[in-house]
Design a protein around this ligand. Sequence first.
Ligand code: IMP
Ligand code: MG
Length: 176
Amino acid sequence: MKLAQQLEPLISTEQIARRVREMGAQIERDYQNKELVLLGVLKGSYMFISDLARSIDLPLSIDFIGLSSYGEATESSGVVKITSDLAKPIENKHVLIVEDIVDTGLTMRYLLDNLATRRPASVKLCTLLHKPSRARTRIPIDYLGFQIEDRFVVGYGLDHEDKYRNVPFIGVLRHG
Ligand code: IMP
Ligand code: MG
């Protein structure tokens, strides 16, 4: 069976493309004359950051951080480990975190606290998706793509057991 047929479509390729362009335009306006670092959280944000960066006409730089949360596959434990750190210091830089989804918020809480110790000029958060019903800590989101219900979604970078990241739209896994 085709990968796409295993999913119930939620957000189409066209909807994603339109929203990402809008977010890029807003970021471009907000970061004029600032040293911007787009910080992608691996691996889920790889497709989003790639499209978003092409929608921002500024001389930005791109870096990545790998985070993993101990515990069950579909539930964040709040105990987070850095599996791959930034390549460069962010001191005095304007950092924009690019994340796939804020669910409980525990991963972002950890990352925000960790980045704050590195003396950046500013740290803001851009996330493609947000499940507000699951929040366990208040995370300020500066740029939001789509707010979604509490359903487990995959595609456009998001995975289930490391699969489905390459599906070009966002959908809910069909069971059975
Ligand atoms: P949080 O710490 O609960 O906010 O979520 C941390 C991570 O869990 C996210 O960055 C995603 O990688 C993953 N995650 C949460 N919800 C989903 C989902 O619906 N699909 C795929 N991954 C998810
Ligand atoms: Mg993630």
